[in-house]
Structures are given as C-alpha cells and as structure tokens.
Design a protein around this ligand. Structure first.
Ligand code: ADP
Length: 537
C-alpha cells in the first residue's frame, strides 16, 4: 500500500529558510583574529547568504561545482556552508593543517572551482598555486589578522565579491535531496585522506539526529561553541544543527587555547562546547590555574579520540561540567554514538557511572551498529570480546569518492570502520583501539587506548601515547611516550608500577621503552600522530 505522505525534500535550503522564518533575531557571534567580536543575527546571515548565492552564480559557479573553503570557524565560513549547497554547488571544506602535498592532492582530486580562504592562511595556498591543476578562483575572507593577504591569482576580497550578488525575495531554489551538498576528506590519521560526499538528505537527517536530547542536544535555548574545526567533518554537523534550531552560535576563529578560549566561553555564556580531547586537556590545565565563571557551560562534547576517564572525572569534580563522549567518523557525517547514562542506571554508584561515561555509548537513532570477529560473526554483547565495529544508516557513506573499491564494506553493505570495540549488554560500545594501532604481544592483543588511560594515572603525566614496536621474543612490545605536566617530572618506575596493577607481566613495556618527551606529535585535527611516533625507534 502506498503511503499518503508528501515527498518533501530534506535539503540545506530548507534549513536556511527555517532560520529566516523562525528565529531571525537569534545571534551568530565570532571572535575575530584581533580579538574583536563580530555579532549579527540569523536574519542578516540569511540576507548575506542569498547575496553570496547570486555572486557565486555570477562568478560562473554551476550546480555540482566544488566550492572549497580554507578557513577557521567564523561567520563568513558559515555563509559559504549554506550558500554553496543552496545553489546546487558542493561545499568542500579543506583541512588547513594538512601537509602541502596532501592539500594539493585533495584540491586536485575534488577539482575545486573556487576557494574561500582566510587572509591569515592565504600564504599556504599561495605557495602551492602552480600545483593546482584546475586553476581555482580565490576569495579572501578578512579575519582581521594584522597582515597583508599573500598573492593569489585574481583574488577578490569577500565583501567585494558579495557586492556582485543581489539579495532576493524569491523562494530558495528547489534542490534534489539526493544530490551532493558537500564533501570532506578524512584527516588521514592512518593513511592517505579519502573523500566522502554528503547529500542534502544526509545532512538534514544528521542535523535532526544531533538535535535530539539523547544525542548532542543542540536546541534553541543553547549557546553552542564548536572548537572542532569546520574543516573536521563539518565541525561534527554542529553549524547545520544550530542554523536548524536557532541555537546561539559562537565561533572562536583562531582562538582555541588558554585565556582566549576560556574568556570567550565565559563572556558569551556558552552552554555547550565541542572539541577533541587534546583541546579540552589544555583547557582543563588552564582552568585549574585561572578562575573563570563557566557556570553556564553544562556540556563539553568530546570526540575524535577517546576521552580519558581522568578527564571526565576531572571536569565533573573540579568544575561541575559534564563531558559528553561521542564517537564518529568523517564517513558518518560524523556522529555515530553518544554516551549518556539511562534512567535505568540512576542507582548505580558514582564509579560505575563514570566508567560508563568513558565509553562511547549506544548508536544514535538512525545508525545501526554491530561488532564482528575475523570470520564475520557477531561478537557477544558481553563488554569483553573485541570485534570490528561495522555500521549502516542514512548518513553513512556507501563508497569513497572516486574509488569504487568495496574493501571497506561487508558483502551485505555495512561500512567497516576499522575500529575495534567491545559491546556491552546495554549496547554501549567501547572503542578499544583502531585496528592499525593494536599491539600484538605473544599472540594476544593489547589496547593502546586502555594502556594510555592507565598511564595517565601515574603522577605528573599530562599526555600519554602508546605504540607497538617489533620485538624478537614477544612479537611486538608497547612503547609508552609520556609528556610531563608543566613544572613536574615523571618517574618511569612509577609509570611501570601503575601499569603492573592492570596488565600482566608479559604485556608490560620494558622500562627503557617508557620515554619522556616534551610534546606528543599531533595530526591536523589534534589526534596523537602515531605514524610519527613509530618513526622514533
Ligand atoms: P581519521 O580517520 O583520519 O582520523 P576522522 O576524523 O574521520 O579521520 O576519524 C575517525 C576515527 O576517529 C574513528 O574511526 C576512531 O578511530 C576515532 N574516534 C572518533 N571518535 C572517537 C572516540 N570518542 N573514541 C575513540 N576514538 C574515536
């Protein structure tokens, strides 16, 4: 029997239209590079997006063309986020921290027609100009950094570009919900970046999903600050969800650390912030030594890497802030799981609750997940047996851009994440490692993530990363890199002592394989760069 429901198209212009109709007075705030604050309303945002759509068209951009951005989190970046897909083009967010050769590869692979670039970042692209095959146009977004823009072929200032476009009172164009709206490349933590293409429909559904209160809970009454960059899996979809709901949106620009970030959280009364663990670790150390009124900040979303238990406990105990642990991937738009405790867990003791909050949680509505062993059989839900996490859902990719190989998919079409998990009786997953980062000692797997979280319990340890080193007798042994807290030192024997409490003798690192270093190398999106660490022995 056929349903009687409308075939209403789930599109990004529909999200934009809602902002104009429902909450035009709500605010979008940006801390510019000179620390001044730019503030305007969703209504003004809408008008500028309409003009930008027209300007793009006049610049020769056609439906399907790739409109790239190379910028930090700010209001102009958001305008491009909406203008490009609303006129049928494809938003391509370039990661500003990639190595030059990866950047050249991605710009050429995506065949970007035009690139919107922050003034302060223009030098990076200027140095690579001759290697871009398609000769993109450039628009400079002035982030108020005290410098001149680097020379880029026929570059035009954003505000000048906008003057070419007219505002329009006509309805927004109708777009097919299944057409491409944006593309992102993975950050290449374990290999070369791979492209994923989102549709209007996948973005719309993902936005609705992260607005659910059991998920990230983005809604009108919240003031949301994504520290996670807009080039990292669309800042986890948060900008789209804010425009959809009218949440006040606060952009930090380049201010991601210490006082610059903490004072913005305080002044703008931010209630939800989102970022990777390394960012929150630095903020935690800053907050311990300096005082701010963060009484409005109730939730800090953490994803991208595992949030250590000590961090979750620390924020709760010292500042009353809840860490909300989420797992996702560029391939999933990106949110797949969010960890909140259920009402049925309310009588558990504090330590059990904390232990659960350090898991990545159950699948959000819309995503299905399973764990499978090497033979493709489902692992038991016992919270112990590891298996590879596989997922499916309306915002999960079915292939990589320009790569028909199906090696990342099961025969029946589930996406193989490459993450190793356990799943417990409540269907909460815990990522024990990425497959490529596991350590195989005497034929048994050790989770580097688990070892890292134990090492953090040793006195004076700020950060810890564990990688595998080949060993003639044991096959592989763990090498532990530790960074001391400011003004403190680390005793290797005490690190080993902490590990002895949780690991069998044959799993332990050799004392000389515990290495104290100044800083752990990070990837372009702030994850520990284990590829680089492995080159150190
Ligand atoms: P890349 O694969 O280049 O790192 P992504 O940013 O898409 O690019 O990263 C996705 C990966 O990040 C996941 O497969 C997983 O390994 C890791 N990840 C994301 N969130 C978490 C989390 N909460 N805990 C542990 N690992 C996570």
């Amino acid at each position: 029997m056929k349903s009687t429901m409308m075939n209403y198209q789930l599109t990004i212009p529909a999200i934009l239209q809602r902002a104009k109709e429902i909450h035009p007075e709500k605010q979008i705030v940006t801390k510019m590079n000179d620390e001044s604050i730019h503030r305007y309303s969703y209504g003004e945002f809408y008008t500028r997006v309409r003009r930008l759509m027209d300007a793009l068209q006049k610049a020769g951009i056609k439906p399907g063309d790739r409109v790239a951005t190379f910028g930090m989190n700010h209001y102009r970046h958001l305008e491009v986020y909406f203008a490009a897909p609303s006129m049928g083009a494809v938003l391509h967010t370039l990661n500003v921290r990639l190595f030059p050769e990866q950047l050249v590869y991605i710009v050429n692979d995506a065949e970007d027609s035009i690139i919107f670039v922050d003034k302060s970042l223009s030098k990076t692209l200027s140095d690579l100009l001759s290697q871009f095959k398609k000769k993109p146009k450039f628009v400079i977004m002035d982030d108020l950094e005290a410098m001149e823009a680097a020379p880029l072929a026929d570059a035009i200032d954003y505000e000048e570009f906008l003057k070419n476009g007219n505002d329009s009172s006509l309805p927004l164009p109708e777009v097919d919900e299944n057409k491409a709206s944006g593309m992102c490349y993975t950050s290449g933590t374990t290999g070369n970046p791979k492209g994923v293409v989102y549709s209007h429909r996948s973005v719309y559904l993902h936005s609705m999903s992260i607005c659910m209160s059991d998920s990230l809970g983005v809604c009108e009454k919240e003031t949301v600050l994504p520290v996670v960059p807009m080039f990292h899996a669309n800042a986890w979809g948060i900008p789209f969800a804010c425009v959809m709901t009218g949440a006040t949106l606060v952009f930090p620009g380049k201010h991601l650390l210490g006082h610059a970030l903490a004072s913005l959280l305080e002044q703008e009364k931010v209630s939800i912030a989102a970022g990777v663990p390394t960012i929150w670790n630095v903020l935690y150390q800053h907050l311990k030594k300096n005082s701010y009124d963060l009484s409005k900040l109730h939730t800090m979303i953490v994803g991208g890497s595992a949030a250590p238990l000590s961090m979750i406990e620390g924020f709760k105990k010292d500042f009353g802030i809840q860490i909300l642990h989420a797992w996702g991937m560029t391939e999933l738009s990106p949110v797949g799981t969010v960890c909140r405790l259920r009402t049925t867990m309310k009588d558990w003791n504090e330590s059990e609750k904390m232990h659960f909050l350090a898991k990545q949680g159950p699948a959000v509505a819309g995503v299905e997940l399973r764990g499978i062993d090497d033979q493709g059989r489902d692992i038991p839900k016992d919270g112990k047996t590891p298996g590879e996490l596989i997922v499916r859902g309306p915002w999960v990719t079915v292939e990589y851009y320009g790569n028909p190989s199906q090696e990342s998919f099961t025969e029946d079409g589930w996406f193989k994440t490459g993450d190793v998990v356990t799943i417990d009786e409540h269907s909460y997953i815990q990522i024990t490692d990425r497959k490529k980062d596991l350590i195989k000692t005497r034929g048994e797997w050790i989770s580097s993530v688990e070892m890292e979280s134990q090492v953090l319990k040793a006195s004076g340890v700020l950060e810890a990363a564990v990688v595998a080193k080949p060993d003639e007798i044991r096959g592989e042994v763990p090498v532990v890199f530790v960074v001391p807290k400011e003004g403190e030192s680390i005793d290797k024997k005490s690190v080993l002592g902490v590990l002895k409490e949780n690991f069998a003798n044959w799993q332990l690192p050799n004392l000389e394989d515990i290495q104290v270093i100044d800083v752990i190398p990070k990837t372009s999106v702030g994850k520990f760069d284990k590829k680089v660490l492995r080159t150190r022995f």
